[in-house]
Write a protein that binds this ligand. Structure first.
Ligand SMILES: Nc1nc2c(c(=O)[nH]1)N[C@H]1C(S)=C(S)[C@@H](COP(=O)(O)O)O[C@H]1N2
Ligand SMILES: [Mo]
Length: 405
């Protein structure tokens, strides 16, 4: 403990030198602060707001109608490992329905012995669990398949967010209804206008899926599926059906729109890759990242996020020379499986162009591939499940762009 205090103090001294007197100047400024005579503050409030000086917002991609489309988490402004619910990415196919939880029911039916209709209050009475998990759209960083990749981390990687979800294990509800022999799929349906449907194999339903009602210590936000949604650890966002009102047990997949026309990949041999549920290991540097500008020379902390649908992040390597050499980043503990893991590495910017990137390795030994390696196996017709290494170029003047700019 003492040693770590001593070494962090040593580091602080070095940082002081690196910022070339900036810390000292700041302290004198604070002592001479005449603009803040200590006025009485604003009154207490019933529900918190962030500081009016904080401006990070979701970025909304243009879409044909205001109700459909996606909005992206501002990962460049995120610190730590959690996404505030108000900045969680959104993906809706028919807008956000307004659902009164007192009127809402979840029906579990089909190939079951005792069909059941449960109110939200009844579900909340059942034994619950909380898990911190990434939710990531299968189309996240889909722009990276193109020759000209995304210009900033929000627009290219912001369809991923990390929350603490609370809910009832789906396995518990299935045990209650009694699954009949031969039932091999669960068809989940949402109560939004598009009645979004996805087919989920029974093995995963019995394993670790949650029927969630909580997000980050309160009820789900309406955009995230209030009052009930599926949370499927490690699987593509689309299968995590929101505004959940029906679970039907069947002996075959439904071949719904979102598992055939969408979220299906055309492979180089002309075959379709369907039900590509699991999200592979992925990482991206969030600082410095596209669109940002380093204010000067000296010491910085490179930082970013890594996650894997297979489990824990084991290691993150960082390059600052375009992939010629790699060093191990520090990982924030605890490294929760299938959650964001924050990585950090001190780095000195000396005014020379640098190409920086991160490479994640997960507990299964899976190594995040280069973009070129991914394209070599998956071809160029893909839209989903991009997890290639993302390069940023720090220009000599400190401006950060994608490598193609
Ligand atoms: N009922 C319903 N569930 C849905 C969707 C939807 O439009 N309707 N969108 C899906 C998609 S494509 C994704 S990526 C995630 C997005 O969840 P979020 O908006 O909470 O981030 O929800 C999935 N579940
Ligand atoms: Mo999605």
């Amino acid at each position: 403990m003492k040693d770590s205090i001593r070494s962090s103090r040593r580091q602080l001294l070095r940082i002081g030198a690196a910022l070339s007197g900036g810390l000292v100047a700041g302290r004198q400024g604070a002592l001479a602060d005449e603009n803040n005579p200590g006025q009485l503050g604003t009154p207490l409030g019933p529900y918190g707001e962030r500081s009016p000086f904080e401006k990070a917002v979701r970025w909304r991609r243009d879409s044909k109608t205001p109700e459909t489309g996606s909005s992206f988490t501002p990962l460049q402004d995120s610190v730590g490992t959690l996404t505030p619910s108000s900045l969680h990415y959104e993906r809706h196919h028919a807008g956000i329905p307004t659902i009164d939880p007192a009127q809402h029911q979840l029906v579990i039916h089909g190939m079951v012995n005792r069909p059941l209709s449960l109110s939200v209050a009844e579900i909340k009475r059942l034994p619950s669990v909380s898990r911190t998990l990434v939710l990531e759209c299968g189309g996240n960083s889909g722009s990276e398949w193109a020759a000209k990749t995304g210009p900033d981390v929000q627009r290219s990687y912001g369809l991923a967010s990390c929350s603490e979800w609370t809910g009832v294990p789906l396995s518990l509800l299935l045990a209650e209804v009694g699954v009949q022999p031969g039932a091999s799929w669960v068809i989940a349906e949402g109560a939004d206008a598009c009645r979004m449907e996805r087919s989920i194999p029974i093995a995963k339903a019995m394993d670790n899926i949650l029927v969630a009602y909580g997000q980050n210590g309160e009820a789900l936000h309406p955009a995230q599926g209030y009052p009930l949604r599926l949370i499927i650890p490690g699987w593509e966002g689309n299968a995590n059906v929101k505004w959940l009102h029906s679970l039907k047990l069947t002996d075959q997949a439904y071949m719904a729109r979102d598992e055939t026309a969408k979220y299906t990949e055309l492979m180089p041999d002309g075959k379709a890759w369907m039900f590509a549920f699991q999200m592979e290991a992925k990482s991206v540097i969030t600082f410095p990242s596209g669109g940002q500008k380093l204010p000067g020379l000296g010491l910085y902390e490179l930082s970013g996020l890594a996650w894997s649908g297979r489990g824990q992040i084991e290691r993150v390597d960082i390059t600052t020379d375009g992939g010629q050499s790699w060093v191990k980043a520090q990982l924030q503990e605890p490294r929760l499986p299938m959650a964001f893991t924050r990585f950090r590495l001190p780095w000195r910017f000396e005014g020379r162009e640098a190409v920086i990137a991160s490479r994640a390795v997960d507990e299964s030994g899976y190594v995040q591939p280069t973009r070129e390696a991914l394209i070599a196996t998956r071809g160029t017709h893909s839209a989903y499940h991009f997890n290639g290494i993302k390069l940023w170029k720090v220009q000599a003047d400190g401006m950060v762009t994608n490598v193609e700019a």
